[in-house]
Ligand binder design. Structure first.
Ligand code: C2O
Length: 525
């Protein structure tokens, strides 16, 4: 197997991705961070050096980390954060997975300040899909703030704020966008200069695979390209049977690959990345949620800003497809999800209700970052034989009244019913696993309800699922991967507000673990 070595030096710079000058966190001076491209089976070694003035960590979103849970990069869960001035080397092997992933800081809301990048994994099985396209390229979509995220947290979590999230100032495509400088408050004292939109070049009659990644922290987007249809072939590293859509919804941390066939007149076409502002438009009237980029055909003679495209508005309304439902069908079917469910767990969460600033799971627990990572605590507890998490998952014996830890001792089948008591949709991500999506619903779940029909033949497998406002989702996973794994809303504000629980899986293996010295050493700094 090939070892791929990277040096990531994290630093803080003054930059203006959309023309408005701000403090930005960068990797090797770059924003967004460098692309990691590897083959399945490769060993990835990343030396992360923290030259920021605050702690950090790096998480490899979607990587199973089987046998290397302590390389998962979750501050307070699998490691102490990397202190300023220190380095830590992440080492892991990519096993049994390929597709579109990303990496990002997993310390507070920090990745929104620039610490993220794409991670693409290839495998021989890709060959049959490779015939469907000629070019392969990453497309990063995100919401964007003009302030360093940590400066926005105190106001966000202030008592009485009812968890009103800071509203984005803009959105970026490929780390850039236009911003109307005249809309900045005159007294903001900020420098602002004209900046251009992202341009994605295509060649006429070629088929372009666009790997869309929502690397933002809050908003969901609708992605479309004027006059072109998109053929979806991947969702969160699961290859799917091609599905034609005119636009698709992508939540924070989700990935979709679409094939765009450049079969129109040579010219320029708008790429539309519309921010779903349903729940927060009123709070930032200056925000223009219609983020645009330009798809430009080679040899196009028109001015890119004078796109030749039309909106296809009618088609957009008619053809919009809800990809979170069962429309996407894995192209490489596995055997059906096992039906011998041992754990059937229910999480009801609420956030900002009754003027509470924080988030609560099952009415009781709101996560905060402990000084000692829960993995370290669990491993020493298992070794000394006194590890006890009670049936509800809360671990009072450790004095953790803010850690909701569900211990699944062995390789078992787990069902999770996630019910959303909030007026917004929430993208939930499970670390270290992919799960089957058995059902989703925008309707409120009541205990006397039945699920209706579950998709148990060939359901989509993914790692981040949107739970609709006041709706629910039922997912299933196999707890075959030892470790302490976060399961949380990927909206950075919500994680900061405590919307996170943990699964401690396979105690039978974990009890023999000794955590590596360099990992433990991070806690001594
Ligand atoms: Cu993409 Cu818990 O992370």
């Amino acid at each position: 197997p090939t070892t791929r070595n990277y040096n990531f030096v994290l630093s803080e710079v003054t930059a203006a991705p959309d023309g408005v000058v701000r403090q930005l966190f960068v990797i090797n001076g770059k924003f967004p961070g460098p692309l990691i491209r590897a083959n399945r089976g490769d060993r990835i070694v990343v030396n992360v050096t923290n030259r920021l003035s605050e702690p950090t960590s790096m998480h490899w979103h979607g990587m199973f980390q089987n046998g290397t849970n302590w390389m998962d990069g979750t501050a307070g869960i699998t490691q102490c954060p990397i202190p300023p001035g220190k380095s830590f080397v992440y080492k892991f092997t990519i096993e049994n997975q390929y597709g579109t992933f990303w990496y990002h800081s997993h310390y507070s809301t920090q990745y929104m300040d620039g610490l993220f990048g794409p991670l693409i994994v290839h495998a021989p099985e890709e060959a049959r899909f490779r015939e469907l396209y000629d070019h392969d390229q990453v497309v990063l979509i995100q919401d964007y703030y003009h302030n360093v995220s940590s400066t926005l947290i105190p106001g966000y979590l202030a008592p009485g704020n009812e968890n009103n999230e800071p509203v984005p100032d803009n959105g970026l495509l490929q780390g850039t966008n236009y911003f109307n400088c005249s809309s900045l408050e005159a007294d903001s004292g900020r420098a602002c200069h004209d900046n251009s939109r992202a341009v994605i070049p295509v060649q006429r009659n070629k088929r372009h695979r666009l790997r869309l990644i929502n690397v933002g922290g809050f908003a969901e987007f609708q992605f479309s390209v004027d006059n072109h249809t998109l053929s979806v072939i991947e969702a969160d590293a699961t290859m799917v049977e091609p599905l034609e859509v005119h636009r698709l919804e992508i939540s924070v941390a989700q990935r979709y690959s679409v094939i765009l066939t450049a079969d129109r007149e040579v010219g320029n076409y708008w790429i539309r990345v519309d921010m779903n502002t349903l729940c927060f438009t009123a709070r930032n009237p200056l925000l223009n949620p219609a983020i645009k980029g330009i798809l430009t055909y080679a040899n196009s003679s028109t001015d890119p800003e004078e796109g030749t495209s039309t909106d296809w508005a009618d088609a957009r309304n008619v053809m919009c497809q809800d990809l979170n439902s069962t429309l996407l069908v894995p192209a490489e079917p596995e055997s059906p999800p096992p039906a011998d469910v041992v754990y059937s767990l229910k999480f009801a969460f609420m956030i900002g209700a009754y003027t509470l600033a924080r988030a609560y799971v099952n009415e009781s627990v709101s996560w905060t970052v402990p000084d000692v990572p829960t993995l370290n605590t669990a491993v020493s507890g298992l070794r000394s034989g006194n590890q006890t998490f009670n049936a509800t998952g809360v671990a009072p014996s450790y004095g953790f009244d803010n850690q909701y830890i569900i211990s699944i001792p062995e390789n078992q089948i787990v069902d999770l019913l996630i019910t959303n008591m909030d007026e917004g949709a929430h993208p939930f991500h499970l670390h270290g696993h992919e799960f089957w999506v058995l059902a989703t619903s925008p309707e409120q779940y009541f205990p006397w309800h039945t699920y209706g029909s579950l998709n148990t033949t060939n359901p989509l497998r993914r790692d981040t699922i949107t739970v609709d406002a006041y709706g629910w989702a039922l997912i299933r996973f196999r707890s075959d991967n030892p470790g302490m794994w976060a399961f949380h809303c990927h909206i950075t504000w919500h994680m900061e507000a405590g919307l996170l629980v943990q699964f401690q899986t396979r105690n039978d293996l974990m009890k023999d673990w000794t955590l590596p010295d360099d990992v433990l050493g991070l806690c001594e700094a």
